[in-house]
Design a protein around this ligand. Structure first.
Ligand code: ADP
Length: 306
């Protein structure tokens, strides 16, 4: 199984012809509500591939929270450790997108920041028995660290996605990560190196493995990803599928969710093969609009991925 300890965010999206100026009111032409949050996105992708999943998270005791729980259930995700609190609203991302695809975004993490180590003690039964646990940085860092510690001490494979990136990440995040998966900008913030090519990504991965992660993966959008494990000296580039991207939002989360699925259910595959397949699945997600709405189901994918 795959357990995710992470965030749920309700995306409130307005489409406008241009972005408003300070103090200005403008009319948009379309509004929609989407389900997002890096944690839940990754969990949904793993579930749609067929993983047994559980989402350890906190939403508000409000209508967005109720709707989010319904969304998790509809994706077949266990909500046994999905907590609801009266003390904060469900996390939201208020997003304005203009016709050029430029955006402005305000995130209020709300209930996500109230997921605490006491909640994790309750969820420890699930975390300690799963094959793979994923976490990110959209909940309190102390909560993610505790989740990694519980998983690690029970021999559960940990997949850590340091997003959004923090420059002075606690060094324990590296030593507790079996697989450390970040994108180009996160790799830049963490290492201080410029990362804009597979060669750069390989150099950043070397720095990150030296901090203690067993395996480092740096995703590179249309360039695919680069992997490096502690036992190797030469990074390997795995090119992406060549597709026409229409909306790359959430591609990284689709990739992480897919990778967790392969780590949990196809442990005999080489890491390179798992990454090829994860590239394929994330490439499907960029060919449709939206975040979770663009994530493929097992039934829509080629049989040779399974
Ligand atoms: P993030 O969403 O975190 O910025 P990336 O942009 O690095 O992450 O994308 C994650 C993965 O999604 C890539 O490693 C690749 O497999 C896939 N992907 C992203 N953009 C494209 C694209 N334009 N064409 C094909 N695959 C893509």
């Amino acid at each position: 199984a795959v357990v995710v300890v992470g965030s749920c965010m309700t995306d409130l999206v307005s489409l406008t012809s241009r972005l408003p100026k300070t103090g200005e009111t403008i009319h948009g032409h379309k509004f929609f509500i989407g389900f997002g949050g890096k944690g839940a996105n990754q969990c949904v992708q793993a579930a749609r591939l067929g993983a047994k999943t559980s989402m350890v998270c906190k939403v508000g005791k409000d209508s967005f929270g109720n709707d989010y729980i319904e969304n998790l259930k509809q994706n077949g995700i266990s909500t046994e450790f999905t907590y609801q609190t009266k003390d904060a609203a469900t996390g939201t991302a208020s997003i304005i997108v203009n016709n050029e695809g430029q955006n402005i975004i305000v995130i209020v993490a709300g209930a996500n920041l109230l997921l605490n180590t006491e909640d994790l003690r309750e969820a420890a039964s699930a975390i300690s028995r799963t094959k793979v646990m994923i976490c990110q940085l959209e909940v309190a860092p102390a909560t993610s660290l505790e989740a990694l510690t519980i998983a690690h001490s029970n021999g559960v494979k940990t997949l850590f996605n340091p997003a959004p990136a923090m420059a002075d990440l606690d060094p324990r995040f590296y030593t507790l990560s079996d697989v450390f998966c970040c994108n180009e900008s996160e790799a830049e913030i963490l290492t201080g190196l410029e990362v804009s090519s597979p060669e750069d990504a390989g150099k950043a991965a070397l720095v990150l493995t030296e901090r203690g992660c067993r395996v480092v993966i740096v995703t590179l959008g249309a360039e695919g990803c680069v992997m490096l494990s502690q036992t190797e000296t030469v990074p390997k580039h795995i090119p992406a599928e060549k597709v026409k991207a229409v909306d790359t939002t959430g591609a990284g989360d689709s990739f992480v969710g897919a990778l967790a699925f392969y780590l949990a259910y196809y442990p005999h595959l080489s890491l390179e093969e798992m990454l090829k397949r994860s590239n394929f699945i994330a490439a499907v997600s960029v060919q449709a609009t939206g975040t979770q709405s663009s994530y493929p189901y097992k039934k829509d994918l080629p049989l040779d991925l399974f």
